[in-house]
Design a binder for this molecule. Structure first.
Ligand code: MG
Length: 382
C-alpha cells in the first residue's frame, strides 16, 4: 500500500471567552487535520496542535511530497526519511538529489509538528488495514483507561478562586482526577487557589498542578512547600522555559512534590536527558505537537525502562491508545473538562474515545476509530 497524497486542513474555532494560562491567552481553538491517502483507498487521519498553521501546512506539503510513493505501513521508514530532511546529507544541497534541500532551521517546531501529523495518520492507516484499533496493534488489552480533566484557566474579571467550583464540576461529572492551571498570580494567591480547589473537590480526588513555566528553581521550591499540604500529585512544567535538566534535578531534590515535564520537547533526545537526570517522575510527550505517535512510543518504552510513568499531553483520543498499551507504566490520558474547550474535536470527529465515569473508553473500531464530519471541517476551515 503506497502513500498517494498528504493534505493538511487548518481549522480554527472562536471560543465564547478568552482565557489564559500563566504564559499566554487564547480566544480560539485550533487544530490541523491531516489526511494521508493511499492507493488502496484507505485514508488515515492525524492531528496537529500548533502554529503558525500556515507554516505547518507548508511544511506538510513539502514533507508530503517526499512521502508519496512510500509504503504506508512502513511508519519507521517514513519517519526516518522525513526526519533526515532536517539535517544536511551528502549531495542534498539545492535538492539536487530529487529530495527537498535540508529544511530551514528556523522552522523546526513546525517541521516536527508536520512530521507528527503525517505519522499519526499512518498509524490510523495501519489500524484500518489490519482491522484493529491502534491499542490492539500495540498489544494492549484495556479498552478503558484512566483519564483526568484539566481546568482553572484564568479569565479576566473572574474571582481568583473560581477554579474551585469549576474543578468540583468536573468531579461531579465523573472525573476522579483533575488538573489545575496555576502560576499566574503571586505564590501566596496561587497557594490559596490550590487550597480552595482541594477543599472543593474533597480528599479522594487526585489533584495535579500545571504551572506553565513561571518559576526559577528557588521560587518553585517555595511554592512546592506551600502547596504540599494539599496533596498534590505532580508539578507540571514548573520552571522557566530556558532551564534545563540540571535545574530540574535541583528542584526535584528539594520539592516534596514529584515533577512532570516534556510536553514541549521536539524529539526523544531531549526527553531522554530529562528522564536520565532522574528529576521527573512523569513524562508528558505530545504526538500532536511534535514528532508523532512513533516518537511517542519510543519515549514511552524508554520511560518504562527508567521507571518514569507516561502521562501524555492532551489528545486523549490518540494518546489513550498508548496509555492502554503501557498499562501500569502509564498514569492517565488527559481530557478536557468540558466540550466547549475544543469545539473542533467535539464537532469534527465522529466516534473515537470518550469519557464516562472517570475512564476513557476506546471503541473497537479500527485505527483511532474516528470518522470526519466534513461539514464541520468546512465550517471551521481557517
Ligand atoms: Mg501542561
Amino acid at each position: 500500500m503506497k502513500i498517494t497524497e498528504v493534505i493538511a486542513h487548518p481549522l480554527s474555532a472562536k471560543l465564547p471567552q478568552k482565557s489564559w494560562t500563566a504564559h499566554e491567552s487564547s480566544d480560539s481553538a485550533q487544530l490541523i487535520l491531516f489526511e494521508v491517502r493511499t492507493d488502496e483507498g484507505i485514508t488515515g487521519y492525524g492531528e496537529v496542535q500548533g502554529g503558525p498553521q500556515k507554516l505547518i501546512c507548508d511544511m506538510a506539503a513539502l514533507l508530503g511530497k517526499a512521502a508519496v510513493g512510500m509504503d504506508a505501513l512502513g511508519h519507521e521508514t517514513v519517519w526516518e526519511k522525513l526526519f533526515s530532511l532536517t539535517s544536511p546529507r551528502p549531495g542534498g544541497l539545492g535538492g539536487w538529489d530529487g529530495l527537498p534541500p535540508p529544511l530551514p532551521r528556523n522552522s523546526r517546531p513546525q517541521i516536527m509538528a508536520a512530521i507528527g501529523g503525517i505519522d499519526i495518520a499512518l498509524w490510523d492507516i495501519k489500524g484500518k488495514a489490519m482491522g484493529l484499533p491502534v491499542y490492539r496493534l500495540l498489544g494492549g488489552t484495556k479498552s478503558a483507561v484512566f483519564t483526568y480533566a484539566t481546568g482553572g484557566y484564568y479569565i479576566e474579571g473572574a474571582p481568583k478562586n473560581a477554579c474551585a467550583d469549576e474543578l468540583a464540576g468536573f468531579v461531579a461529572n465523573g472525573f476522579k482526577a483533575v488538573k489545575l492551571k496555576t502560576g499566574a498570580f503571586s505564590i501566596e494567591d496561587e497557594a490559596a487557589r490550590v487550597r480552595a480547589t482541594r477543599d472543593a473537590i474533597g480528599k479522594d480526588i487526585l489533584l495535579m498542578l500545571d504551572l506553565n513555566a513561571p518559576y526559577t528553581v528557588e521560587q518553585c521550591i517555595r511554592f512546592a512547600h506551600l502547596v504540599a499540604p494539599y496533596d498534590v500529585t505532580w508539578l507540571e512544567e514548573p520552571l522557566h522555559w530556558y532551564l534545563q535538566p540540571a535545574d530540574f534535578v535541583r528542584l526535584a531534590a528539594a520539592s516534596p512534590i514529584p515533577l512532570a515535564h516534556c510536553e514541549r520537547e521536539w524529539h526523544r533526545y531531549t526527553v531522554r536527558d530529562y528522564i536520565d537526570s532522574g528529576a521527573i517522575r512523569y513524562v508528558q510527550f505530545d504526538s500532536t505537537r511534535h514528532a508523532g505517535f512513533t516518537e511517542s512510543l519510543r519515549i514511552a518504552h524508554y520511560a518504562a525502562i527508567k521507571g518514569v510513568q507516561i502521562a501524555p499531553h492532551t489528545a486523549a483520543h490518540i494518546h489513550g491508545h498508548i496509555v492502554s498499551a503501557f498499562a501500569d507504566k502509564a498514569f492517565a490520558a488527559e481530557s478536557h473538562g468540558a466540550h466547549d474547550r475544543h469545539p473542533i474535536q467535539h464537532e469534527a470527529y465522529i466516534g473515537g474515545a470518550h469519557m464516562k465515569d472517570g475512564m476513557l473508553h476506546i471503541p473497537d473500531t479500527p485505527g483511532f476509530g474516528i470518522d470526519i464530519n466534513w461539514d464541520a471541517v468546512k465550517h471551521f476551515r481557517a
